[in-house]
Design a protein around this ligand. Structure first.
Ligand code: APR
Ligand code: PHB
Length: 388
């Protein structure tokens, strides 16, 4: 088999790249280790920047998002029971869209199926060959037999645990990492959200987040220790831990109900540099991870894909490799700014340190954020997404 671009991974990064390349007549095959149902079963953050909305529209998969997505013109931050609002509309003239990543993945899968572009699910033992030469190929096992695809380029969109980053010789790659001593325990429930906008909660008991998927489906998170076992969190215990962290109004509006999903995610900041190795280009979680505070994971994957798809279009249509040569530098420039914002939000809002000095600094930082228009603008322009 031969194609122009082999994409490893059918998460949002791989599917979006495939869709954009297909639109420009660039042949691509996606290899995914899991089944499509498994990929759709994963629950992740759901706040979409305007630039990501634009890219999904460009890929032709934005229709359902515009119908069902919720436009949020601000976000709320609750500090020790007192709520403050940061208005994106006033400070930046922009907004974000609240629309679940699972739905985006489904829209992208449907778009790909409609386009008739090939995705091979349950593709095992993916190996990359010859990425530093000019004729790379990829081998894998599917339907019980070993198969091979020759290509011009490989896009490594296979997430943090994928094979692509690990295929690169250790001396060629540098990893920067910050592991936080905490996780997020998340719950999804068919109950109305406590507020029309997201509420990020700073509280002595620990961080909480009140988010949503729709006017009838809520997503809540609690800061938890990494040693925590999700099985020791029956729903009642979750609601009991959430309640005291909320302000009076949110507490009064809290409707509890059975969870339809519950999971724990560790918090990590990670960047691998560079993002290009010969004819292998990494994009999304394969190259970088942000802690979920600020919901930048999907948006960063989309911005990598934007740079990479444009570079590949330039290569095929204009015979120019300028975009490919600058891909890593361009993508990392935006990645590091989102890393900084996610790290900052994480350290400002969680109970991380037991040192009273650190706790006072957190409160001073939050107070400054609420009193200074300049500080609020910095927050807002990062939250809605920095320009490309
Ligand atoms: N071979 C083939 N596919 C693989 C392999 C492999 N060896 N390893 C991993 N994959 C697949 C995974 O099963 C997954 O479906 O690659 C896909 C990677 O998808 P994500 O982890 O979602 O990563 P990405 O597309 O970069 O998403 C970026 O979306 O999922 C979120 O947390 C993520 O917010 C981030 C954003
Ligand atoms: C979510 O809705 O899952 C969500 C929202 C905002 C975040 C993280 C997660 O910062």
């Amino acid at each position: 088999m031969r194609t122009e671009v082999v994409i490893i991974g059918a998460g949002p990064a791989g599917l979006l790249l495939g869709q954009l390349l297909h639109k420009h007549g660039i042949d691509n095959v996606i290899l995914e280790r899991q089944t499509g149902e498994y990929v759709l079963g994963r629950v992740r953050a759901g706040v979409i920047e305007q630039v990501t909305i634009d890219l999904l529209d460009e890929a032709g998969v934005g229709a359902r998002m515009h119908e069902d997505g919720l436009v949020h013109e601000g976000v709320q931050i609750c500090v020790d029971g007192v709520r403050h609002r940061i208005s994106f509309a006033e400070l930046t003239g922009k907004a974000v869209m609240v629309y679940g990543q699972t739905e985006i993945t489904k829209d992208l899968m449907d778009g790909r199926a409609a386009a008739g572009a090939p995705t091979i699910y349950a593709a095992y033992d993916v190996h990359l060959h010859g990425i530093f030469g000019d004729k790379p190929h990829v081998t894998f096992r599917a339907d019980g037999k070993t198969q091979e695809i020759a290509c011009d380029f490989v896009a490594g969109c296979d997430g943090f645990h994928g094979v692509c980053r690990k295929s690169v010789p250790a001396h060629a790659i540098t990893a920067h990492e910050r592991v936080y001593p905490l996780g997020w325990l998340g719950i999804l429930s068919d109950t109305p959200p406590v507020s029309d906008e997201l509420i990020y909660v700073h509280h002595p008991l620990g961080f909480a987040l009140c988010s949503m998927r729709s006017p009838t489906r809520s997503r809540y998170y609690l800061q938890c220790s990494l040693a925590e076992d999700v099985d020791s969190w029956p729903d009642d215990r979750f609601w009991e831990e959430l309640r005291p962290r909320l302000d009076d109004k949110a507490r009064a509006r809290l409707v509890t109900g059975p969870s339809i999903e519950k999971s724990i995610a560790p918090l990590r900041s990670f960047v691998a540099e560079p993002m290009r190795f010969g004819r292998l280009y990494l994009a999304g979680d394969a190259a970088h991870i942000v802690p979920p505070t600020g919901a930048k994971g999907l948006n960063l994957a989309a911005s990598d894909v934007r740079y990479l798809s444009q570079a590949l279009v330039e290569h095929y249509a204009e015979k120019s490799d300028a975009g490919l040569d600058h891909y890593s530098e361009r993508a990392l420039n935006r990645v590091w700014k989102a890393e900084r914002f996610s790290w900052w939000m994480t350290t400002m809002l969680h109970r991380i340190s037991e040192n009273p000095f650190d706790q006072k600094i957190q409160l001073a930082e939050l107070d400054y954020l609420f009193r200074s228009k300049a500080a609020a603008t910095v927050f807002a322009e990062n939250y809605v997404g920095l320009p490309y």
